[in-house]
Design a protein around this ligand. Structure first.
Ligand SMILES: [Zn+2]
Length: 692
């Protein structure tokens, strides 16, 4: 987890999510300047500056017109702006860019500091949260600033003079750009869109509503009735959909036959949810008993309940997704270079074309390595796979250590957050950073006691510190807390290198969330080495590789269902909730039949539609497996090399495209090969074991 998604573009995305919805009509989005007037402006500027400037002039005038609103002035005002503000001299372009870069670093940095301060009582373990604290965190410092860029003409000036690049242009031309050209290109991400506050607000509201729906969707496992009409879960067991249901399936592998009965029942619960056959009255209701297989509700085991509580949930799941879709669609006219939510996600945020992401996932989904891993799992389970084995949790990378012993070691070493802070230089050295680099990094990272599990908060200007938020109980950390802290520390190290170690502020950070997650995974995986327990042995490494492959296999399918759902939504904007339900189920079955049925030996399973992310974090899922693939590539690259030096070199590249970033990091674009290669090696060892 990481707070700021990514530099400027990510901040914008976040701001969009935070800021203020009623769609304006298309005339408001800029096409208010007729073509005749635009052509006249171009002709005038070309006459003045020469034919050689024509491409820049045509592009600048079109970019300016695209987000010009009636409030900015009439045709004459538009023409006057073009006449007066066009910068023909490269010296002026360089000076204007430098001025903006210096100024915005300070503006961003200080606003971020104010924001962090306002959030402190809510984010950190600082005693009771006051009513005023909940209100303070709702102060939106950014939306007025973004609107001011347009009100003052700063954004207009930039749109007239610097190109707003598409992803396709960056992919084609970016490898030949120098650092300043890249930085100018990133600057323009800031002015690539102009979303009216009320349109942004509609998204905020739709997502808030979706989160509320998701957050309230608890299944009372203790009120589920098994095949013989009796409860099979312990009293008090309450599971949130889908995370809790999934984690309970994972936990039950340890229970043998009893576990299997529960896992099958939870699978049925998931199917009832995605089909919306679940009786609405049983959601988070301790007063009703439910037999998910027969799909009947009882007042008590063996005692019938009234007919009205048998009614199914009336497609609220899908109505909620549709609300988010309509809110996102209202943004489309205001983001001319990325005019759909799919484009905004893949071209602006992830910056990998969606077709390429799908192809990358399919390569893993249809791999021999997955099939062979499935056979390893079947051997261990002693039975054929069932659909819920998507969440098989029997690989044991940490098996050589007892977790209670690890808890004790962690607690002894770091009794409190201050001890962790003091020990940072040594921790960084044991990760592989040279002593002077370890000190340099440690001076730039503040460890704070988090209320939640933890997160990493980047600084936004040089001279500010990154914050590692970690959770320690009254007795200090336990192993789990430490393991998460190592993940967050990985983010922080990347954040410090890619800000304090960067040449252009507009290039700070990493290309996308997956890139920073990769760094976080790399550090998290080395937690036992930091504890002085040495590198994992070969057996532990093999278990880890197969665990990662199996979890990538699971989540890639879920991510494909999310992507295909959004494509369907854009093709069917008038869909009803019931139509969307049938479409999502068909997409889930089709994805299953293509990539899972051959491995599981069963067709038409709909479980891939169960993730709650599809409701409240749409299109976020692809980030997880992309991060894992990138982590594998980085790991292969730094293996046997100076980890600290390589980490620094790679992180200091800043925000290129992920493709270029990876090519310069590891010599190849994003690829599934290193993961599949590692899996092949691991599987070869299992083959040996099996035949012995
Ligand atoms: Zn993370």
């Amino acid at each position: 987890m990481r707070t700021m998604a990514k530099g400027v573009a990510g901040t914008l995305g976040l701001l969009l999510a935070l800021s203020g919805g009623i769609a304006m009509d298309r005339a408001e989005t800029g096409a208010g300047i007729p073509e005749r007037a635009r052509t006249a402006c171009v002709a005038e500027l070309v006459a003045r500056y020469g034919e050689a400037e024509r491409p820049r002039i045509e592009r600048g005038v079109a970019q300016l017109a695209a987000l010009w609103r009636p409030a900015d002035g009439d045709e004459e005002a538009f023409a006057a702006f073009c006449r007066e503000q066009f910068l023909a001299d490269e010296k002026d372009l360089g000076a204007t860019f430098a001025r903006l870069e210096a100024a915005l670093e300070k503006v961003w940095g200080h606003l971020h500091e104010i924001d962090r301060e306002l959030r402190t009582p809510v984010d950190l373990d600082t005693g009771p949260i006051l009513e005023v604290d909940r209100r303070l965190v709702r102060i939106d410092l950014w939306s007025p600033l973004l609107e001011d860029f347009f009100r003052t003409g700063v954004a207009h000036l930039c749109r007239l003079n610097y190109p707003v690049h598409t992803l396709a242009e960056r992919l084609a031309e970016g490898p030949g750009w120098d650092r300043e050209t890249w930085a100018r290109s990133r600057m323009m991400d800031l002015y690539a869109e102009r979303v009216p506050p009320e349109v942004g607000q509609r998204i905020t509201d739709a997502l808030a509503h979706a989160s509320e729906y998701v957050d309230g969707y608890w299944i009372r496992a203790d009120r589920l009735l098994g095949p013989d009409g009796k409860p099979i879960f312990p009293e008090g067991k309450r599971l949130i959909s889908h995370w809790g249901l999934r984690d309970e399936i994972k936990a039950n592998y340890a229970l043998g036959k009893d576990g299997l009965e529960r896992q099958r029942l939870l699978e049925t619960v998931m199917e009832r949810i995605v089909r919306q056959e679940i009786p609405a009255a049983v959601v988070d209701n301790p007063d009703l008993w439910w037999d998910p297989v027969a799909n009947r509700v009882y007042a008590a085991p063996g005692k019938d309940a009234p007919a009205d509580v048998q009614a199914r949930e009336p497609d609220r799941r899908y109505a909620t997704i549709l609300d988010v879709f309509h809110a996102e669609r209202a943004v489309d006219p205001y983001t001319p270079s990325t005019p759909t939510f799919l484009a905004r996600t893949f071209e602006r945020d992830i910056e990998i074309p969606v077709d390429q992401v799908e192809a990358l996932f399919e390569r893993v989904l249809d791999s021999d390595e997955v099939r062979k891993t499935a056979r390893v799992i079947e051997r261990r389970l002693g039975r054929h796979l069932e659909p819920f084995d998507l969440w098989y949790a029997g690989f044991r990378p940490q098996a050589r250590f007892d977790e209670r012993e690890l808890d004790r070691m962690v607690r002894e070493r770091w009794p409190d957050v201050a001890a962790f802070q003091r020990d940072l230089p040594r921790i960084l050295e044991s990760l592989g950073f040279a002593p002077d680099r370890a000190r340099w990094l440690a001076e730039r990272i503040v460890v704070d006691p988090a209320r939640g599990a933890g997160h990493a908060m980047a600084a936004e200007m040089r001279g500010q510190k990154a914050h590692l938020r970690t959770h320690a109980g009254p007795d200090g950390f336990d192993y789990k807390g430490f393991n998460i802290a190592m993940h967050e520390l990985g983010h922080n190290i990347e954040q410090v290198f890619s800000l304090d170690g960067i040449d252009h502020w507009f290039l700070r950070s990493v290309p996308n969330n997956a890139c920073t997650e990769a760094f976080a995974f790399l550090c998290q995986e080395r937690d036992l080495e930091v504890l002085g327990l040495g590198a994992p042995d070969e057996a532990a490494r093999r278990e880890l590789v197969l665990e990662k492959l199996w979890s990538a296999y699971e989540i890639m399918g879920v991510a494909l269902v999310d992507i295909r759902t959004w494509r369907w939504l854009y093709d069917h904007p008038e869909a009803t909730p019931a139509e969307l339900r049938e479409a999502v189920l068909a997409i889930a079955r089709d994805t299953w039949n293509r990539h899972y049925a051959p491995v599981f030996g069963r067709k038409d399973v709909e479980l891939l539609a169960v993730y709650s992310h599809m409701i409240s974090y749409p299109l976020y899922l692809p980030n997880y497996p992309l991060g894992e693939l990138i982590a594998f590539q980085l790991k292969e690259k730094v293996h046997g090399k100076d980890f600290g030096k390589e980490f620094e070199r790679i992180a200091r590249q800043g925000q290129l495209t992920p493709d270029l970033w990876m090519k310069r990091a590891v010599g190849a674009g994003i690829s599934a090969d290193p993961l599949l290669r590692a899996a092949r090696q691991a599987l070869a060892a299992y083959d040996g074991e099996a035949s012995r």
